[in-house]
Every structure is written in C-alpha cells, then in structure tokens.
Design a protein around this ligand. Structure first.
Ligand code: GAR
Length: 198
C-alpha cells in the first residue's frame, strides 16, 4: 500500500478528490497525513476523512530554509512513500527537494513548460492563449520544471475568467493526479526512471 502525505495551501478541492479516490477499498494507496503552510480551508477535508493534519505556519519562521527545516521534520515523522503538493503555494528549497525527489510530485494548472509559477491560469489568459492545460510532474529544484508524468490540454473559451478557467482545469488535474497515484502504487509508473529521462 502506497502511503501519501499531501501538502496544501488553499481550498483543497483536488485533495478532496484524492481522499475520495483512495478511500475506495481497492485503491492501492492511502493518505496518511495532510500538511500545509497556513490555516487552509482544505484541512477540513482531511478532518472529514479522519486524516491527521499538521501545519508549518510560513509567517512564524525567519526564512524559507527555517520553514522548510520544520516541514522536513514533519515529513520525517510520517515517512510517506510519496509526497503530493496539491496547491502548496510555496517554492521548496533545493535541500528539501533533494531529500524527497523523485518521490515528490506536484499538480499545476497549465500545460508545462507553458505558464509555470504561482499564476499559471492568469498568465495563460493574459497571454491570449487558445488553450492551456493541466500537468502532474515530479518536483525538482526549479519552479514547475520537473519531469512531466501526465498532462492534458484544456481549451480556453473567449468569455473565460481566471475563475471559470481554473474551475474547468481542476477536474482534469484531479483525474490526472488520481491516475498517476494509482500507476505509481501499482508499479506501472517508476518515478526514478521517469526522473532520469533527459
Ligand atoms: C490547483 O489548481 C493546483 O494545481 C494549483 O493550485 C490549485 C489548488 O486548488 N497549484 C499551483 O498553482 C501551484 N503552482 P485546490 O486547493 O482547490 O485543490
């Protein structure tokens, strides 16, 4: 059984979908804890499923490195097989990524390498693109630069706002994430091999 810790910053709607998927008796993975960098709404989903939570409050640490040190300590408590960044809006320092990659994956609301960063949906709209997408990738030391595990296109409608477009991207992200997690758990997706592809 693949064990997972999910890290969030926001509403956690993708987390919720993952929790629903892994609660199916035949799903080969379990979420063992949910962590975050703030009092995120998404913690309510973890609590609803009886999953332990932990918070490493960003504001209470003098630097990114100090914050990440505490996050690393928390991850060591749980020692999951996989860490899923599901809307964690923090760039992790290379030292932490080195410890967990390639067993750390991220969802991103764009078709990487297009529109990386914190505003992937907004940036696609601002660029006047006809389509964007959703991506699940291995986290590396860059910002949304790690090896892609799954991605899919999402068309942009002429009357889309950031909210409407993001709401159409998220179900695609959820489907890709759940499929990637299932393939990792089943042994059909080898993260070390995926990470070594140039
Ligand atoms: C998701 O679209 C996720 O890909 C994105 O935040 C959203 C979280 O939604 N992450 C990033 O943009 C990271 N750069 P949720 O909290 O409703 O699951």
């Amino acid at each position: 059984m693949l064990t997972i810790v999910v890290l969030i910053s926001g509403t956690g709607s993708n987390l919720r979908a993952l929790l629903e998927a892994v609660s199916e008796p035949d799903f080969p993975a379990r979420v063992i804890a949910v962590g975050g960098d703030r009092e995120a709404e998404g913690f309510l989903h973890a609590e609803a499923f009886g999953i332990p939570t932990f918070m490493v409050p960003w504001e209470q640490f003098p630097s990114r490195e100090d914050w990440a040190q505490e996050l690393a300590t928390q991850l060591e408590v749980w020692r999951p097989d996989l860490v899923v960044l599901s809307g964690l809006m923090r760039v992790l320092p290379a030292g932490l990524v080195d410890v967990w990659s390639p067993r750390m994956i991220n969802t991103h609301p764009a078709y990487l390498p297009e529109f990386p960063g914190a505003h992937g949906v907004r940036d696609a709209l601002a660029a006047g693109a006809a389509q964007t997408g959703a991506t699940v990738h291995i986290v590396d030391a860059g910002v949304d630069t790690g090896p892609v595990l799954a991605q899919e296109r999402v068309p942009i409608e002429t009357d889309d706002t950031e909210r409407t477009l993001h709401e159409r991207i998220k179900p695609v992200e959820r489907r890709l994430l759940i499929d990637v997690v299932r393939r990792i758990a089943d042994g059909d997706l080898d993260l070390a091999a995926a990470a070594s592809v140039p």
